[in-house]
Write a protein that binds this ligand. Structure first.
Ligand SMILES: Nc1ncnc2c1ncn2[C@@H]1O[C@H](COP(=O)(O)OP(=O)(O)OP(=O)(O)O)[C@@H](O)[C@H]1O
Ligand SMILES: [Mg+2]
Length: 323
């Protein structure tokens, strides 16, 4: 096991009170696995990623839980130790590649800096490694691209560069938060294929965050579905897609166009997510759920195993126990 997030709670202190953004989430990531986190906007996907990276904003409070990476609880580490892990052991890719790139430094120089920092090799060797890194992310003319500035490249090319930067240490874990959302559909496919190829070739574990079930279906071995800061379903991606157990997952699937392909935005599901300032007593999805029963409105369902390795938090089908 590479990563285990256990009973994690994250609140935000704000003007209007305390937002319970993440409530008791639990998941794990095996070595070499690609795990998808899927859910609507505001479901807590990015917060989850940022908590692993140690990049939560100042007003965030981790009120409970553990994040075990390679046997160590990251929440107990010093700031400096976490900084060292970031980039070196845990690579990151976000939606907008420009935020990860230095706007006025040539691509080759940026990569060279990072490679030298991580690998401690002389400049000449690092220059060769730069070209190799560019080739690995399928950049056809690495010498030419190395001499360019980020603004001279397309969005897809920039995201390839960011992936090359993230993979340069090389990390054991790559966290990619909506890495293809800002890109054209054909480019999205290429970037997903690239992530999958690097995962297979190097054995890097990947945590892939997306609001798009099409993306998840393409490359994720397992998927967890988040709703209002909770995990409502988790299991092998194929099972989640073919036999969704939670009504929320079902409505996500129903909201998809016929073919599950990346780039198709989710159609909205009727109703609104509950306020995280005052969580309902029962299931957070009850107000939007067509199957909601009395018990759903009054008692919170726990995540429970429906089939082997396939869990859902739902009172339907005689699930689970009270919280
Ligand atoms: N700095 C903050 N202060 C207060 N609340 C916050 C802050 N950051 C996040 N939140 C709360 O956490 C919730 C989850 O945010 P998060 O960014 O993780 O959502 P997400 O699932 O990544 O959504 P998206 O698909 O839009 O990226 C937000 O809806 C908000 O209520
Ligand atoms: Mg997000």
């Amino acid at each position: 096991m590479l990563l285990e997030v256990k009973n994690l709670y994250i609140d935000f202190e704000g003007m209007r009170g305390r937002t319970e953004a993440i409530k008791n989430i639990h998941f794990s990531l095996e070595k070499g696995e690609i795990l998808g986190i899927v859910g609507e906007s505001g479901s807590g996907k990015s917060i989850t990623a940022l908590s692993i990276l140690g990049l939560l904003e100042e007003n965030a409070i981790i009120s409970n839980g553990e994040i075990i990476y390679n046997g160590r609880n990251l929440l107990r580490l010093q700031k400096k130790e976490r900084q060292l892990l970031r980039g070196r052991e845990i690579g990151m890719v976000f939606q907008e590649p420009m935020t990860a790139l230095h706007p006025t430094m040539k691509i080759g120089k940026q990569l060279q800096h990072v490679i030298q920092r991580h690998r401690n090799i002389p400049a000449k060797e690092a220059k060769e490694a730069v070209l190799q890194a560019l080739q690995e992310v399928h950049i056809d003319q690495p010498e030419l691209v190395a001499k360019k500035y980020p603004f001279e490249l397309s969005g897809g090319m920039r995201q390839r560069i960011v992936i090359a930067l993230a993979m340069s240490a090389p990390p054991h874990l790559l966290i990619a938060d909506e890495p293809t959302t800002a890109l054209d559909v054909t480019i999205q496919y290429e970037i997903l294929n690239l992530i999958q190829e690097l995962n297979r070739k190097r054995g890097t574990s990947v945590l892939l965050i997306t609001h798009d079930l099409g993306v998840v279906s393409k490359i994720c071995d397992r998927t967890i579905v988040m709703y209002a800061g909770e995990v409502v379903e988790s299991g092998p991606t194929k099972e989640i897609l073919n036999r969704p157990n939670h009504p929320y997952t079902q409505s996500l699937l129903e909201a998809l166009p016929d073919s599950v392909s990346p780039g198709q935005p989710l159609r909205a599901i009727v109703g609104e997510t509950p306020s995280l300032l005052q969580r309902p007593n029962g299931c957070a999805f009850a107000t939007r759920c067509k199957y909601a029963m009395d018990i759903c409105r009054n008692h919170h369902p726990k995540l429970a195993e429906k089939e082997v390795n396939h869990q859902a938090a739902c009172w339907l089908e005689g699930t689970v126990s009270y919280d």
